[in-house]
Design a protein around this ligand. Structure first.
Ligand code: HEC
Ligand code: HEC
Length: 447
């Protein structure tokens, strides 16, 4: 990471891990608690044995705003199971969009780990489903440990090194909680395009599950707009924290961590390359090991500029002066004066990544192979990625190019051999295939 005061030690970066504030915030105040320490373990049927189980450590709610959101304001205390079912109904309901055709699940398809069902760099939304979004759709699995955004992240227990900006939802971390996040697609003119949350609530009030809403939150839930909005956002949030649906920990790699299966020779070589600081060094940002009993999310949720090539297929990029710079804007507005943050995006999870057909925040790549080649050849063969004679890091304005990460697998001189050869890249891809959850393996096999 080369963003000024941020830590230079790649080994430290991999240690970033923080547990879920949103889950526990919702637990604490509305009684949405299933014991977080036992959730993933119970969901995984892993049962007993001494193999490590994923846990979600306790963490106090951070923002006062979040606490206000969770303050009990319903005439009936909603049960988590009822909220989960309501959230599910909302998530799959296309009525919540102005087009009447777009649900959350249209972009976040459960068959693809709640990621995009197609290879489009960005999806089409808006009132007539003709407007292109700005960014690739992320998977919604394994986000339960994303901490609220902070500019200066310190390891729990070991406070010495500032890990730099970490956490928050979306590619630029601008939503602290899943309920804050849910407002964005509901109101974005490029997505579900509602004029207001009140308009969404009006549709929910007419929906077949309106009676269930009243049963869960109290008969007066729709009488007050704030209460009704809160109920809708909360239901979506609680649904997205359902362990079985969103963090099952049921990949072959999880079975391997539990000591139940072996990796093939090729997968094992891939894992070693993934973790080796001199080779892939992937685990320095996408941690692969068990930590304090918690299974890895394959992201430390930190922010890094990789200098991914500009995607000329995005309509916004027809304007040569437009740059999506992540942390420093333009979608996010509070850090726009921090030029050292320009080009930094939040590290995505790699779980279920083999199901994706679109990669990086701007969806510039469509094959995992190209992503890995980019990592190892970005600096050794820049013309391949940015065109001959063109400028490198062509999706960043000149003054932001120095923010780009240059640690392994990056940082080799042009013309030098890349950090991984062809066979090693194939091993790495084989390893990434072990991160697909069992319920999605048939989809992966068809691709
Ligand atoms: C038109 C496609 C589309 C629809 C519809 C949509 N999303 Fe998204 N979603 C996206 C994109 C694109 C992003 C990344 C946004 C960004 O980085 O600014 C995203 C990001 C997210 C994130 C943050 C994930 C992370 O990694 O932090 C969550 C959570 C989410 N969406 C939930 C929802 C919910 C809930 C709904 C329905 C209310 C919904 N989305 C509807 C495209 C969509
Ligand atoms: C310095 C931190 C860092 C290192 C090292 C790193 N990554 Fe990443 N990875 C990121 C960030 C940040 C992104 C998102 C960048 C963007 O979209 O602009 C990303 C994105 C990805 C994606 C795209 C996922 C998606 O949902 O679009 C894949 C695949 C990936 N990384 C695999 C790897 C592999 C394999 C390695 C090792 C060869 C690796 N990464 C090393 C930080 C890192």
């Amino acid at each position: 990471m080369s963003g000024g005061k941020l830590t230079k030690d790649p080994a430290r970066r991999g240690l970033r891990f923080r547990a879920c504030a949103t889950l526990l915030a919702s637990c604490a105040s509305v009684g949405a608690c299933r014991d977080p320490a036992v959730q993933p373990g119970t969901a995984s049927t892993a049962g007993s044995g001494s193999s490590p189980q994923p846990t979600v450590a306790t963490q106090a709610a951070s923002a006062g705003a979040a606490q206000a959101f969770y303050a009990d304001r319903f005439s009936k205390k909603p049960e988590p199971a009822a909220m989960t079912e309501l959230g599910r109904a909302l998530f799959f309901d296309p009525r919540l969009s102005v087009s009447g055709k777009m649900a959350c699940a249209t972009c976040h398809d459960p068959r693809f780990a709640y990621g995009p069902p197609n290879d489009r760099a960005t999806q089409l939304g808006g009132p007539e489903l003709k407007l292109s979004g700005l960014r690739a759709v992320p998977s919604l699995r394994y986000l339960q440990t994303v901490p609220p955004f902070t500019e200066h992240y310190y390891e729990e227990g070991g406070a010495e090194a500032d890990q730099g900006p970490t956490g928050g939802h979306t590619w630029d971390g601008r939503a602290d909680t899943l309920h804050d996040q849910a407002r964005l697609p509901l109101l974005s003119p490029l997505e579900m395009a509602n004029p207001s949350l009140e308009a969404v609530v009006a549709k929910v009030e007419q929906a077949p599950y309106a009676a269930q809403f009243r049963a869960a939150f109290g008969g007066d839930v729709f009488s007050d707009p704030t209460r009704a909005t809160t109920a809708v956002l909360l239901a979506l949030e609680v649904f997205q924290q359902d362990p079985k649906e969103f963090y099952p920990y049921r990949s072959r790699y999880d079975a391997y961590l539990r000591g139940r299966v072996n990796l093939s020779a090729r997968e094992a070589r891939g894992l070693a390359l993934f973790a080796d600081p001199q080779k892939g060094n992937c685990a320095s940002c996408h941690p692969s090991g068990v930590r304090s009993g918690a299974f890895p999310a394959f992201s430390d949720f930190g922010f890094v500029a990789l200098g991914v090539p500009r995607n000329s297929a995005l309509p916004a990029n027809r304007d040569a002066g437009f740059f999506d710079l992540g942390l420093c804007g333009p979608l996010r507005t509070d850090l726009s004066r921090h030029r050292e943050y320009c080009g930094l995006f939040r590290t995505p999870t790699l779980r279920n990544v083999s199901l994706r057909r679109v990669f990086f925040h701007n969806g510039v790549f469509h094959r995992l192979r190209d992503v890995i080649r980019f990592y190892v050849e970005r600096d050794t063969n820049p013309a391949e990625w940015y065109g001959k004679g063109g400028s490198v890091f062509d999706d960043l304005p000149a003054d932001a190019r120095r923010n780009v990460d240059r640690e392994p697998p990056f940082g080799r001189k042009p013309g030098r051999p890349p950090a991984l050869n062809e066979a090693e890249m194939m091993d790495l891809i084989a390893f990434l295939g072990t991160l697909t959850d069992e319920d999605l393996v048939p989809v992966a096999a068809k691709r």
